[in-house]
Design a protein around this ligand. Structure first.
Ligand code: UT7
Length: 356
């Protein structure tokens, strides 16, 4: 009697696959020396406390959508696609309170008709956006999604606030995701996402929303600026990013030594080194570009990826763990494998000049 034929192998699950990447920085370069000429600070203080050496600011009149369009256009070109089903923009600095920035960006990219919405998760916005974009694809709602992380913190940080003015920079980074299989290079894998609203006041812009608008009385100019309780945020950032990265590894059933590159939100070099150390990751697996761009909010992870990809640090098939922490409080991580993107496919550009 012949044995029953073995069942066919289960086909790999539908997954979102990274297929395009680009970064864009606005043209105004602001060095630590530039800041120390107008603020009571120094290059030594900034480098020692944050690891930041310079950052880019939007030009007068330039808004988040302008940066997002530049990064988005390059990411579409990198992916070799002209159309997507959805455009997601992660930002803390939308062009306006209403409407969202994504439909405008989609329209300017010739993508009118695509679904378009914003993600508001402060510096965790890119990871939340990645989970949302991947969800659209795995649910069969979209075949291709353009996700852009873009922020112009120079428009909300008080230029006289020496603690925050030295940290933040402007920029945009974008990825294109397509429908594929979970076993492909570029597959976007397991996620860990979380929040704790009890920490709302640690990072905020107090005025401009419904709370302030429904409250009688004048608004002080200070309430219109970004505020952050740096020391407390620092401690939360280390704890939450470490725990979230660990939770993602557990979900994916991976050990830390199976991670080839760790790409955290570029908040502060001391935070990134501490998190990598707590995770037991060798320093050479930590990807950073905070020295040259500062903290660019929702743009920081795609900009760090674009920078590392341009330098060929990331090789196809390697495992990349991304982790972010931001206002809300919010945090999140994602494990992915790196896709085969050709070097020229993902330019890391500053005001139109490709960086090498
Ligand atoms: O992206 C979202 C998540 N954000 C973050 O992860 C940011 C987390 N926090 C940080 O990165 C750090 O807390 C900061 C960089 C914001 C501040 O560094 P710190 O080591 O925590 O400094 P501090 O606020 O405790 O200030 C130490 C001293 C103070 O002076 P006194 O009170 O000791 O006399 C500050 O007034 O440094 C002073 N200070 C400065 N001195 C020179 C604060 N800012 C500056 C400055 N230049 N720019």
């Amino acid at each position: 009697m012949s044995a029953a034929p073995p069942p066919p192998p289960a086909s790999p699950a539908r997954a979102a696959v990274l297929c395009g990447l680009a970064g864009w920085l606005p043209p105004i370069l602001v060095t630590n020396e530039d800041l120390s000429r107008r603020l009571d600070t120094s290059d030594t203080w900034i480098r020692t406390r944050t690891g930041i050496g310079r950052r880019h600011f939007a030009e007068p009149g330039q808004a988040t959508s302008d940066l997002a369009v530049e990064a988005g256009r390059r990411a579409l070109r990198s992916a070799g696609v002209g159309e997507v089903d959805a455009v997601v923009v992660a930002t803390t600095t939308p062009d306006r309170l209403c409407p969202a920035t994504a439909p405008l960006v989609a329209g300017r990219l010739g993508l009118t008709g695509a679904a378009a919405f914003d993600i508001s998760a402060v510096c965790t916005g890119f990871v939340y956006g990645l989970a949302s974009a991947a969800g659209l694809i795995t649910a069969g709602v979209a075949e291709r999604v353009l996700l852009i992380g873009a922020d112009t913190y120079s428009t909300i940080v008080d230029p006289r606030d020496r603690t925050n003015a030295i940290i933040f920079g402007d920029g945009a980074g974008a990825v294109v995701l397509r429908a594929g299989r979970a076993d492909e290079q570029g597959a976007v894998g397991h996620f860990d996402l979380g929040s704790d609203g009890a920490g709302e006041e640690l990072i905020m812009v107090a005025a401009g929303g419904s709370r302030q608008r429904s409250t009688p009385g004048p608004v002080s100019p200070q309430e219109r600026y970004f505020s952050m309780c740096g020391k407390q945020v620092y401690r939360h950032a280390v704890t939450r990013m470490t725990a979230s990265a660990r939770a993602t590894l557990t979900l994916a059933d991976r050990k830390v030594d199976e991670i080839d590159h760790f790409v955290p939100h570029q908040a502060n070099l001391r935070i990134l080194r501490t998190v990598a150390d707590e995770l037991g990751l060798p320093p050479e697996r930590l990807v950073t570009n905070v020295e040259s761009v500062g903290n660019t909010g929702a743009a920081s992870i795609p900009l760090a990826l674009a920078d590392a990809a341009t330098r060929t640090t990331l090789q196809p098939g390697e495992r990349v763990l991304i982790t972010a922490f931001g206002g809300g409080l919010t945090w999140g991580s994602c494990l992915l494998t790196w896709p085969a993107l050709s070097r020229t496919d993902h330019p890391y550009t500053i005001g139109g000049t490709q960086q090498s």
